[in-house]
Design a protein around this ligand. Sequence first.
Ligand SMILES: Cc1ncc(COP(=O)(O)O)c(C=O)c1O
Length: 358
Amino acid sequence: MRHKHSDYMHWSKTQSRARFNLATSGVAPFPFRELPIDLKDLEINGDDSYGYAPLQQAIAAHDGVDPDCVVESAGTSMANHLAMAAIIEPGDEVLIEHPAYGPILDTAQYLQANVKRFRRVEENGWAIDPEEVRRCITPKTRLIVITNLHNPTSAFTPVSVLREIGDIARSIGALVLVDEVYLDAVYENTPRTSFHLGPEFVVTSSLTKVYGVSGLRCGWILAQPDLAWKMRRLNDLYGATPVYPGEVLSVAAFQHLDLLRERARWIVKADRKLLRDFLKREQNISAVETNWGTTSFVRLSRDRGRDADVFLERLRLEFDTSAVPGRFFEMPDHIRIGMGVNTEMFAEGLNRIGRALR
Ligand SMILES: Cc1ncc(COP(=O)(O)O)c(C=O)c1O
């Protein structure tokens, strides 16, 4: 039977909520009333058949690319789906990082790819080891898939490593899909998109995680023009045309991107400091320290880790606090904690995790 669902998305939509919700991955919602926009500019219908030109241009300017390389999509979710569906055929080998964001795996499986994995290891700070990637490719590998920043760990992959991955892909005629939905959470010296590293790079992203406007579903793919066109044609089978008012509001969001980004930046920073102090204090948990990103992948000590699910269930029922079970990233002795929503809530959530651990 073909794979047709995502257990993680189902869990996230039905079981992740709690008063102290640390099961998030993006920053706090940006309030509509704070977006400087004249509602008189809003229209319901408009010209956007293969993309709304002002939005294509805004995305292109943001990433320093040609608008022909930009494909609009409904969030990074649809961006990943369209990118993979346009690139791979059933039976093609797709090499995906481990641990991985579940829906990426689910989509590859749904598309009937032959999914292979390469490992990122905690002892190495969850970094991508190009030698490990080299070991795992075969002449049949069509696509290598990574996230940067990495979900769930927020590990950052520098340009030198990305270049090596690009070289490996080129040597076998494969492409590299880089999901960069968290990349702009590198608030200082924000790296350029890896799309600039060569024609083997395909990039997905959106305004959902770092900018607090997930409801706009403003996502995109960067691909070479012929592949981009293939994706637009493929999208005719899915969303057909985008939501026009969403596109107009997304252009307004791009016009005030710094405002959106700065608002959450200080919350993420304060939360990261609290998390660092918490991890220093607590004996039963540990995590690789990261400088950027909205998530941390926390390992429970051996005796707690054996039943992270039981721990999280008790955390939710008795302490009204949630975090994401590591099993959704195929690492059941870990939990993922999200930063950047509300520092008071975050502090109390950590406090409750501490109490539940004792
Ligand atoms: C790595 C990664 N890609 C894609 C998505 C989906 O993003 P969007 O809400 O833009 O569809 C997420 C959401 O958590 C994610 O973590």
